[in-house]
Design a protein around this ligand. Structure first.
Ligand SMILES: [Zn+2]
Length: 182
């Protein structure tokens, strides 16, 4: 079983954010940080950015565990939670809370996982740039299909999700700079 097969195997069912290490394969190959690239780019649609604050950024995970799997990241390229200042910590906490509110409106999940993998040993796929995962969960989303076929069902495109989530964020009047997609 190679690393990608392992990433998609049902070992992963109870640790959804570990799938992020698929992104690390890209990172290692390209030697770049996709969070910093998204932060510095104007192409929010292409980079799957959802919203920005003074100290943090929210984006869709390009390798989602479920539809609506998002990442909340400090703007600063820091690896350790101990290097995040208090103001940024508060902003990230608020963004995680707001993401759950938006996802409740946009994708109507049954539950949510919110978590951080701190360090490679803990499963961090992008160990250089700290990020919080917000993962919508549905009853049965770890169903027989994944167990047998080692595939995941994400029944909506990233582009559709980005529109749904940014529209919901605007409706809820969140205090962030919402991505303009057109
Ligand atoms: Zn970075």
């Amino acid at each position: 079983m190679d690393s990608r097969d392992k990433a998609l195997s049902n070992e992963n069912i109870w640790a959804p954010w570990r799938t992020e290490y698929i992104a690390s394969i890209t990172e290692r190959q390209e030697g770049a940080c996709f969070v910093c690239e998204a932060r510095d780019s104007d192409d929010d649609a292409g980079n799957l950015v959802l919203w920005r604050g003074p100290n943090a950024i929210a984006m869709l995970n390009r390798f989602p565990y479920t539809g609506g799997h998002t990442l909340i990241c400090p703007n600063a390229h820091v690896a350790d939670i101990l290097d995040v200042d208090e103001e940024t910590s508060r902003e990230i906490s608020r963004m995680c809370r707001d993401m759950v509110e938006v996802l409740k409106h946009a994708v109507h999940a049954h539950g949510y996982n919110i978590g951080v993998n701190l360090g490679v040993a803990a499963g961090a796929g992008l160990p250089g740039h700290l990020h919080w995962h917000v993962v919508p969960r549905w009853q049965g989303d770890t169903n027989y299909l994944e167990a047998l076929a080692q595939v995941r069902m994400v029944p909506i495109s990233l582009e559709q999700l980005q529109v749904l989530i940014t529209d919901a964020a605007r409706e809820l009047d969140l205090p962030w700079t919402i991505a303009e997609l057109s």
